[in-house]
Design a protein around this ligand. Structure first.
Ligand SMILES: *[C@@H]1O[C@H](CO)[C@@H](O)[C@H](O)[C@H]1NC(C)=O
Ligand SMILES: *[C@@H]1O[C@H](CO)[C@@H](O)[C@H](O)[C@H]1NC(C)=O
Ligand SMILES: *[C@@H]1O[C@H](CO)[C@@H](O)[C@H](O)[C@H]1NC(C)=O
Ligand SMILES: *[C@@H]1O[C@H](CO)[C@@H](O)[C@H](O)[C@H]1NC(C)=O
Ligand SMILES: *[C@@H]1O[C@H](CO)[C@@H](O)[C@H](O)[C@H]1NC(C)=O
Ligand SMILES: *[C@@H]1O[C@H](CO)[C@@H](O)[C@H](O)[C@H]1NC(C)=O
Ligand SMILES: *[C@@H]1O[C@H](CO)[C@@H](O)[C@H](O)[C@H]1NC(C)=O
Length: 415
């Protein structure tokens, strides 16, 4: 199978020639050395070895035609490498599934597409978005790699964090820079509140908590590359049953990606064609005090300062010079009906909250006011909750407040 389009005199012929090259059919399997190129040449799918020793091979998708080291965005068989590449074959089966098999016929990786297509047979296509799909002749997609991400989120990919309060989508970092097998870092919603908060994880411990869903669905950001100005536009939607996010780029090109790298950093990178390298536009953790709970209790990471640092919440003073031990109350908390709340604006609210359903703001405040062990509350209207019967989000905390931050995009925390 040819990799590049051969320049032939007739344009129409050239187009149809290229088109055939981004499709895999039952009659035309993919073998080692073959490669598919997406229509506009943005992505390639094929077999690769991440190490120079060429001992292990993977089926994957990477950016095609960028100079420098190969940038892989998806790996099919990350925990089951191919050791004898010459024998590996990727086939569309008669039952419209994809199977990656070794020479002895044993399957290394396969899809389980949900539809029984009957007599019609799917073909596989690598799209210009980087999505590898199994498509029926009537243009219905029965499986897509975008539903099974590795460590990368690409523009237009719907990343489903949770469905009916179950964790669904998860990025799992590579084990090392040249080992795509599943590493210890992941990015997903929090199993203890899957519809409300998202974090990166070091195995099962929180590593960097992104924040709590407060109903604000969009965030736009301008990324200034010195080649051009592009707008990175992220939408997060909680439709009641689903919490998902998606980002798009104003130039509609796929050369911006979100990756959870093997060191645990979640990064937004965009290709800079002048410097021929990936430019970093943002990362989490974004500072030392952005690491989970690193400021200690009753302290917050202040992102409004040039160099983010730990500060005590209002009414608290440092335990000692080391902020890792957090802060303590200046005056003991009086437990009576007169206790007042201080509204702290722009906060990433603490972890370990209790989500109380179906409350108004006043009811939420009263819940906290009437309970001596309550240390804070926060309230949001989840206006985009749609069909969900309860659009209120009343959170209350008792005891220590940990992993708090102050940033421009935060919400009111009542302490
Ligand atoms: C591994 O494969 C690459 C590309 O095909 C080749 O340049 C390199 O020499 C190979 N390395 C070894 C040790 O065979
Ligand atoms: C496409 O074909 C499949 C299998 O024949 C069928 O189940 C599906 O409903 C069709 N979809 C559309 C939109 O026609
Ligand atoms: C991740 O957790 C392990 C313990 O499971 C710890 O040894 C390691 O330092 C942690 N990594 C980072 C980057 O914090
Ligand atoms: C873009 O930035 C790089 C590194 O900062 C610099 O080397 C290069 O000259 C810049 N290109 C343009 C066109 O400004
Ligand atoms: C919410 O509370 C109101 C009254 O406070 C009650 O009438 C309603 O049934 C509750 N809804 C749910 C879903 O619990
Ligand atoms: C007070 O809050 C604690 C922790 O949130 C909870 O366990 C307890 O039931 C609450 N008490 C009352 C009377 O609401
Ligand atoms: C929630 O919605 C109610 C009614 O629409 C409004 O009065 C209140 O200010 C809102 N609260 C917040 C925290 O947005």
């Amino acid at each position: 199978m040819s990799v590049d389009c051969i320049p032939i005199f007739f344009l129409l012929f050239l187009i149809s020639f290229c088109k055939a090259d981004d499709q895999l059919t039952h009659e035309k399997p993919l073998t080692h050395g073959d490669m598919f190129i997406s229509k506009s040449g943005y992505f390639a799918l094929g077999f690769f070895s991440p190490t120079s020793s060429n001992k292990t091979f993977y089926l994957g998708v990477w950016y095609h035609g960028l100079p420098g080291p190969r940038t892989v965005v998806w790996v099919a068989n990350r925990d089951n490498p191919i050791t004898t590449p010459s024998s590996a074959v990727l086939t569309v089966t008669t039952s419209s599934d994809l199977v990656l098999a070794a020479s002895d016929g044993h399957s290394i990786w396969k899809t389980a597409s949900s539809i029984n297509a009957g007599a019609v047979r799917a073909h596989a296509v690598l799209l210009d978005s980087g999505n590898f799909v199994l498509r029926l002749p009537n243009a219905t997609d029965i499986w897509q790699s975008f539903d099974h991400p590795t460590d990368t989120i690409l523009p237009t990919m719907k990343f489903l964090f949770s469905y009916k309060a179950e964790v669904v989508g998860r990025l799992v970092a590579w084990k090392s820079s040249d080992d795509p097998s599943s590493g210890g870092f992941s990015y997903s919603s929090d199993p203890s509140s899957p519809d409300l908060q998202i974090a990166t994880w070091n195995k099962t411990s929180p590593y960097c908590r992104m924040g709590v869903w407060n109903g604000v669905p969009v965030s736009g950001e301008t990324l200034l590359t010195n080649a051009s100005t592009i707008l990175y536009y992220q939408t997060t939607i909680n439709s009641g049953d689903e919490l998902y996010s998606m980002f798009t780029i104003s130039n509609n090109l796929p050369f911006t990606r979100v990756i959870l790298d093997y060191t645990g950093d979640l990064k937004v990178l965009s290709w800079n064609s002048h410097s021929s390298s990936w430019a970093l536009f943002g990362e989490r953790p974004a500072a030392a005090c952005d690491l989970y709970a690193s400021c200690g209790p009753f302290s917050y990471c202040d992102f409004t300062q040039i160099v983010p640092m730990c500060e005590c919440l209002d009414g608290f003073e440092p335990n000692d010079d080391n902020f890792g031990r957090g802060c303590r109350r200046i005056a003991a908390l009086k437990c009576d009906k007169q206790s007042h709340f201080v509204a702290l604006p722009g906060m990433k609210v603490p972890d370990n909250f209790l989500h109380i359903r179906n409350k108004s703001f006043e009811q939420c405040k009263a819940m906290c006011n009437h309970n001596c062990s309550c240390t804070a509350f926060a309230y949001a209207n989840l206006s985009s909750a749609g069909a969900m019967s309860d659009p209120s989000r009343c959170l209350v905390w008792s005891g220590e407040l940990i992993d708090v931050a102050k940033a421009t995009a935060g919400e009111n925390l009542y302490v």
